[in-house]
Write a protein that binds this ligand. Structure first.
Ligand code: PBG
Length: 328
């Protein structure tokens, strides 16, 4: 036998030398759920290890993450039902606790990267990402609401806007609003290929944001489609997006690869709540070993072509690295 691939695997040192994919904490974005009030740390039952935090307890948590090497966070608000309405006006209200929290966090940690969520669902009495009339999710009527939300977040000090709503034309609309208000350096991480997936369940539990009627299939993509993701990617690029995102990640590794091969923008992948919950549940049952299955999972998303991964495992990954359980 002249050729023996196993020769390149004989020692740890050689394996490290030929390693193709490296995932650094700098590539990770940690999603955090925020709730109004004080002294609150309430666990999301369907996403063990993740909490709805009040700002006072979130600040030390962020500090812990920073100390571990996590520098980027995406924030989602868990809004009281009494503040929700059909036009999501609380999303850009002066008194909005989410906007206040953004300002406080950025003031305390000017060097971290904070990413927002732009969509109506956390604030909508209908639980949809867009404005609902007669059971229809209206596209063009939603855009001004998203624009106001994005500008309010920029005013609060957000670094990157994350439109997750899947309305047509929203990247251009938001870009123009931001520029007009003087926020030229605020980036847009567009949820480019966001699928109408069954894997968002724990997230909707966390925010109590499930649609009251119907589903999200008229705006989120059909899981059967990949070419359509290219169409969305072309549009987002031409509308001024700075990053393209694929969501969920694991069932859509082919789409991640497709966008990576067809775009010069950084590609982000959202390893969503249901994907993390599945793995956590198997590990809690003793069916999988968390310290091995978790990093392998994240690595596979990176290998598929994601430059950036949004994952509820970000902090644990950084912790494993610090403890020497994994290497770069
Ligand atoms: C809604 C939004 C969702 C997620 C992020 N933004 C849920 C949805 O579209 O219903 C899901 C994230 C996750 O499951 O981790 N704008």
């Amino acid at each position: 036998m002249l050729v023996r691939p196993r020769r390149n695997r004989v020692s740890e040192t050689i394996r490290e030398m030929v390693k193709e994919t490296i995932l650094r904490p700098a590539n990770l974005i940690y999603p955090l759920f925020l709730v109004d009030g004080e002294n609150i740390k309430s666990e999301v039952k369907s996403l063990p290890g993740n909490y709805r935090w009040s700002l006072d307890l979130l600040l030390p948590e962020i500090q812990e993450c920073i100390d571990l090497g996590i520098q980027s966070f995406i924030l989602f608000p868990s809004v009281d039902d009494s503040l929700k309405n059909s036009t999501a006006t609380y999303s850009y209200n002066d008194k909005n606790f989410y906007l206040k929290a953004i300002s406080v966090i950025k003031e305390k940690h000017p060097n971290i990267c904070l990413i927002s969520d732009v969509a109506m669902d956390p604030y909508s009495s209908d639980g949809h990402d867009g404005f609902v009339r007669d059971a229809e999710i209206l596209n063009d009527e939603t855009l001004p609401i998203l624009g106001k939300m994005a500008v309010a977040q920029a005013e609060a000090g957000i670094d990157i806007i994350g439109p997750s709503d899947m309305m047509d034309g929203r990247v251009e609309y938001i870009r123009k609003e931001l520029d007009e208000e003087g926020f030229k350096n605020v980036g847009i991480m567009s949820y480019t290929a966001k699928y109408a997936s069954a894997f968002y369940g724990p997230f909707r539990d966390a925010l109590d944001s499930a649609p009251k009627e119907g589903d999200k299939k008229t705006y989120q993509m059909d899981p059967a489609n990949a070419i359509e993701a290219l169409r969305e990617a072309e549009l987002d690029e031409s509308e001024g997006a700075d990053y393209l995102m694929v969501k969920p990640a694991l069932n859509y590794l082919d789409v991640i690869q497709l966008l990576k091969q067809n775009s010069n923008l950084p590609i982000a992948a959202y390893h969503v709540s249901g994907e993390c919950a599945m793995l956590t549940a198997a590990c809690q049952n003793g069916w999988l070993e968390y310290e091995k299955a978790m990093p392998e999972t994240l690595l596979s998303i990176k290998r598929a072509g994601a430059d950036i991964i949004l994952t509820y495992f970000a902090k644990d990954y950084a912790q494993l690295l610090k403890n020497g359980k994994i290497t770069l």
